[in-house]
Design a protein around this ligand. Structure first.
Ligand SMILES: C[S@@+](CC[C@H](N)C(=O)[O-])C[C@H]1O[C@@H](n2cnc3c(N)ncnc32)[C@H](O)[C@@H]1O
Length: 486
């Protein structure tokens, strides 16, 4: 494969044309192209898909080419043939995009999480706006043309932002490897450095790997389903510099634990909290159900926009602290709260959004399905001297209708759901309650577009503000500000 033009900086990039509607599909029956695995053909890349892969058409059949950029001409080699699409890899780039840059990570393209590291950063930011536009176009909610899609808020330095590294551990030959799996395989790539990780996470991860080399803790073997240590999770607080480490093991048994803890104390003093999570299942999920505190503090403390948050090992926290502060500021500005407002912080995690504004509103209620997150949220309200906020364990779609039925009517709702978006029951409740102030933080433009079809029945979308929480990846995050129609 040869597709680097060794351009660290693009020279000139033509002004990106605004998002264009794609031509309507014709109803004419199409003749299926005959194609074989390994077949090569030249392909012009038209645009990027939602996973950051290049998209071209081979004899009118949509063809996904990871790593290819719009306007490039590549020699594509077919790797997968599906009824409605083809997947191909780049054999060679014939014509390079001016947006192509050399990725900082040599293994970008080999492991997941670096979908766009080969693309100029401004072009990444433009792409993220295009993805939202494409998703909304597909669902065509009424009023689509009426709202503004604002340029993506990017980072000055779009590297070293990830505050958490969550890496499996395996033996490769006789050496311990800590890193990520090659895309579509169970083959681990040992990662000495990752340009998107906060340097402290990689320093501690590599330090622990070196310590493990001196001990004889059995490393998990996936094929035999044997060994003890499966994964290591390292999280750093941007504010305090404290590092929290969690070892994921197959059972509670942890041979040489004392020696491991002593070595961490000596060699990695920045590690202030050490924990064990037990995951006996043979699964791709990293976390198991039980977490045990092993040593040091139970929590590390993070600060966001002047408020403090104690984080237990499993607590969800956004991965990009600098952009999180910006995301919250933008979202709360869009809500435009007053001191009389009752606010719902739905899908709250550890209560970061609600706690940030509790002193500006009358009352805050929030909820999350993870009990540890809610325990953290309620502890964090006390930590910040807040007395008008309370967090509950449960589903948004169940708790909010219950609160409303009991007479607790919100003036403002902020929702920050996972990729699945809003449950239908919650959309119905929002349509019934019609809160005057409503903001939606979305990490998935497809489910956002689906939810908008319902929500625009009573709301106008004033604007959609895209914000880059994951530079170098295709992941998109956006804040939607609604205003009620009546
Ligand atoms: C994108 S995170 C947002 C967390 C938080 N707002 C923040 O900024 O850190 C989504 C959260 O929704 C929670 N969640 C998932 N399904 C839920 C549901 N049905 N009801 C309430 N919370 C849910 C998850 O546990 C997760 O903490």
């Amino acid at each position: 494969m040869a597709y680097s033009n060794n351009n660290n900086k693009r020279t000139s990039r033509p002004t990106r044309p605004p998002f264009k509607r794609r031509p309507q599909q014709s109803n004419q029956p199409t003749v299926e192209p005959t194609v074989e695995i390994g077949q090569r053909f030249p392909l012009t890349i038209k645009r990027l898909g939602i996973n950051g892969e290049g998209i071209g058409y081979y004899k009118r059949k949509i063809t996904f080419v990871p790593g290819a950029l719009p306007d490039e001409v590549v020699i594509a080699e077919v790797t997968d043939i599906e009824p409605h699409y083809l997947v191909a890899k780049i054999h060679k780039v014939r014509e390079f995009s001016p947006d192509r840059v050399t990725p900082r990570d040599q293994y970008a393209g080999l492991v997941g999480g670096f979908d766009l590291e080969h693309m100029d950063y401004q072009a990444q930011l433009d792409y993220k706006v295009d993805v939202i536009a494409q998703s909304l176009e597909k669902f065509k909610p009424r009023g689509f043309n009426k709202f503004k899609l604002l340029p993506t808020i990017g980072m000055n330095n779009p590297y070293h932002y990830r505050n958490k590294a969550q890496f499996p551990v395996r033996m490769i030959d006789d050496r311990i490897a800590v890193g990520m799996f090659k895309i579509g395989t169970h083959e681990l790539v040992d990662l000495p450095d990752v340009a998107t990780q906060h340097p402290a996470t990689m320093k501690v991860m590599r330090g622990i790997r070196s310590i493990l080399e001196t001990l004889s803790i059995p490393i998990y073997d996936e094929r035999a389903d044997s060994g003890i240590l499966k994964s290591i999770i390292v999280r750093v607080s941007e504010y305090s510099g404290e590092v929290q480490v969690t070892f994921v093991t197959i059972s509670k048994k942890f041979p040489q634990l004392r020696a491991l803890l002593t070595a961490i104390h000596e060699k990695l003093p920045q590690v202030t909290s050490i924990n064990q999570n037990i995951n006996p299942e043979k699964t791709s999920l990293i976390w198991g159900p039980e977490t045990v505190h092993l040593d040091g503090k139970k929590y590390i403390t993070e600060q966001i926009n002047g408020k403090f948050f104690e984080l237990s090992p499993r607590a969800f926290l956004q991965l990009n602290p600098k952009q999180t502060a910006r995301l919250y500021r933008e979202a709360l500005e869009a809500l435009d709260l007053t001191s009389a407002d009752r606010l719902i912080d739905a899908y709250s995690g550890i209560g970061t959004l609600g706690i940030a504004v509790a002193d500006k509103v009358g009352e805050v209620r929030g909820m999350d399905t993870v009990p540890e997150a809610i325990a953290d949220a309620n502890r964090n309200t006390k930590l910040n001297g807040i007395t008008n906020a309370e967090y509950f364990v449960g589903e948004a779609e169940y708790l909010i209708p219950n609160w409303v039925a009991a007479g607790w009517i919100p003036d403002a709702i902020i929702v920050d759901p996972p990729r699945t978006g809003l449950d239908e029951q919650l959309r119905t409740t929002i349509l019934d309650v019609k809160p005057k102030k409503f903001v939606y933080i979305s990490c998935n433009p497809s489910t956002l577009a689906r939810d908008l079809v319902d929500l625009v029945k009573i709301y106008n979308v004033e604007y959609i503000q895209s914000i880059d929480m994951f530079p170098q990846t295709a992941r998109v995050e956006a804040i939607v500000k609604f205003t009620r129609k009546d």
